[in-house]
Design a protein around this ligand. Structure first.
Ligand SMILES: [Mg+2]
Length: 365
């Protein structure tokens, strides 16, 4: 079958933040913007993808429309091996514009949509195309906004715990919110994601306080994210280090492994090169590390993450951005059950179809 049309659609999903106003860079006011990619074939099959969005959406869209979509129209796609061929051509053609960032976000969204198409053509879920589900539901962790406020961090952590989450992740870099959250939730698993704001020297000053917080993992603690020797030293000091949401393709994950830079590898399906790239990362020889994909989004990228984890890395938790969504593309598929788990749908392609009425209603094109 041939690719005949590719559209980009921005949807702005309204949400309620369970805490005070946050300066977290991914949301504008109370709207989470997602960049959807819709690929149509001449057989009438439609595939959905998602490129990492939020404040980079307009730039990624421009990359798609000017550099990528013209190259794809008319391409033939029959099976999952054709996705490899298309990716190889595009990666080679576009590498001079960057192997990470906007170009790769765009290619990630295309890759996800192509997998959705092949799944639908073969009437199989993507997890079946990858060998089948090894697990039917995943332990979810609540991924909180950055509040930079001790009282708010504690309050929102407790709210998530009371709703059934058994693992909580903070995006904080001051000690007071980390300490107050730990005190408030008792022995519940707690992680801290620093988004790279600390230096190695600063880590030295705060390491005792952090150790007392008994973290399940410490994510991207230091600048820059590719400071592998710094990360490796922190592992030697006993910290469980998570990293990789900003790593460029499976190639850089190999470097992270050989430099002993992380216990938890976090490829992001909408950023790293899509499903195809996570398949390669999941195949890397596991030597005291786990692959736990990054997924703070609610579109086809989230659904793709469920499919990949279910088939390839079933010991992974699933990241769930802790907001109260007021409009949902997948009718509650990202909500936890009473055990704090999220089920993996097993319909054709991404497991479930997005709600077209929601897309139309919240489209901001
Ligand atoms: Mg992170």
């Amino acid at each position: 079958m041939k690719i005949i049309k590719i559209e980009t659609i921005t949807v702005g999903l309204p949400f309620e933040n369970p805490g005070p106003e946050s300066s977290f860079a991914i949301a504008e006011k109370n709207i989470l913007n997602s960049l959807l990619i819709k690929i149509e074939t001449d057989k009438g099959i439609i595939g959905w993808g998602e490129a990492f969005g939020y404040t980079s959406i307009e730039t990624t869209k421009a990359a798609l429309h000017s550099m990528i979509i013209p190259h794809l129209i008319g391409k033939n796609i029959e099976n999952k091996y054709d996705i490899q061929t298309i990716n190889k051509e595009l990666h080679l053609k576009l590498h001079i514009f960057g192997r990470y960032g906007i170009t790769m976000f765009a290619l990630s969204g295309i890759d996800i949509a192509l997998w959705d198409i092949i799944g639908k053509a073969e009437n199989k879920s993507i997890s079946e195309l990858l060998g089948g589900l090894k697990i039917n539901s995943l332990k979810a962790y609540a991924s909180l906004f950055l509040y930079d406020n001790a009282e708010a961090a504690a309050k929102v952590s407790v709210k998530a715990k009371n709703e059934g989450y058994t693992i909580i992740k903070l995006h904080e870099n001051a000690m007071a919110p980390i300490k107050s959250s730990r005190e408030a939730i008792g022995n519940t698993a707690l992680m801290v994601d620093v988004n790279c704001v600390w230096s190695e020297d600063h880590m030295e000053e705060i390491k005792n306080t952090l150790t007392e917080a008994k973290l399940y993992w410490l994510e991207e603690p230091i600048w820059p994210p590719e400071n592998y020797s710094g990360l490796s030293k922190l592992r030697d000091q006993g910290f469980i280090i998570a990293s990789g949401e900003n790593a460029c393709t499976a190639y850089q994950f190999k470097e992270m492994i050989s430099n002993k830079a992380a216990d938890i590898l976090q490829p992001s399906v909408t950023k790293v090169g899509g499903i195809s790239e996570i398949v390669k990362i999941a195949a890397l020889k596991k030597n005291n590390f786990r692959v736990v994909p990054h997924s703070p989004y609610f579109g086809p990228g989230f659904m793709a993450t469920l499919q990949v984890i279910g088939a390839l890395t079933p010991d992974s938790e699933i990241e769930r951005l802790y907001v109260d969504l007021k409009a949902d593309l997948y009718n509650g598929a990202s909500n936890i059950d009473n055990k704090g788990n999220i089920s993996i749908p097993n319909g054709p392609g991404l497991g479930m179809e997005p709600n077209l009425e929601i897309i139309e209603k919240y489209s901001v094109n």
